[in-house]
Design a protein around this ligand. Sequence first.
Ligand code: 2NL
Length: 335
Amino acid sequence: MKEQLVEIKQKIEQQINQIQDLNDLQLLRSSALGKKSELQGLMIHLKDLPNDEKPMVGKLINETKQALELIFDERKGVLEEKALNEKLEKEQVDVTLPGLKLVTGSTHLLTQVQEDIEQFFIGLGYEIKDGPEVESDHYNFEMLNLEKDHPARAMQDSFYIDVNRLLRTHTSPVQARTMLESEGKNIKIICPGKVYRRDDDDQTHSHQFMQIEGLVIGESVSFADLKGTLLAVIRHFFGSERTIRLRPSYFPFTEPSVEVDVFSEDGRFIEVLGAGMVHPNVLKMGGYDPQKVQGFAFGIGIERLAILKYAVDDIRQFYTNDVRFLNQFKGGLEK
Ligand code: 2NL
């Protein structure tokens, strides 16, 4: 019996040492020590032994079992450590490797300039208005005192969709619509947006560009108010020391009309926008009595502002989406 136990123990020990996998070890443990095992079989046969041998043999079987339990536990410990080491090896992370760069987008320079100017005028109590980019001849030209035979209305200068409709050539139609909606009440608005002219694109021309127009109407709106407003927006955008110069000009929708130059650092005057007092005909068509109210209006080219402030050498840079250009303005407008 004793030899039999030693033999069983050796056999199982050998099997344990060959096992490489924790699951297999658990299976072997059940078959070697469980209810249907050889050892358990010997336990059952105890009852057939003479009484004086029973305690000794029983003790021997139990000792063998305990010894094997220990060997199983030891092997389990070894295999668990091996599994952990393999897992650590496989999931190794080199924290010194460079990370993946997160590519983020940013606001387009033209949008930054637009929002900057918008915020300035919001601070002065203006409302922001927008309207359709496909306009009727009526709102785009007629309401702005451009007669039927005015050269600006020529087919070759605008994108016509049919005889009556075209892509707006300025944001003025938004202002004309606002005048009609306002039914004679005071107005203080700016209208930013895309506008279209039939031009061949080159360094300084784009068939699509952006404008911000402004319109103020009220009983005591004067040319001095216009001048003060323009000086304030120029100083906001180009710096508080800037001076401006107003030159007489002509627009069909304003009288008198001016062109505004900003004094540049190298002593030259650079044209930045057009403006004037709203023409009596435009007031009348918009439902206002020119004997009772006055208005001023201005039109600013957004590209022009950005080109002057950031020395952009080609207007097409705004529309060709070269990220090397766009990324230069990722940080927002510097003040
Ligand atoms: C320019 C000149 C200007 C206006 C736009 C305007 C609008 C209404 C009535 C009167 Cl509804 N005027 N707009 C006035 C003067 C000049 O734009 O050179 N823009 C880039």
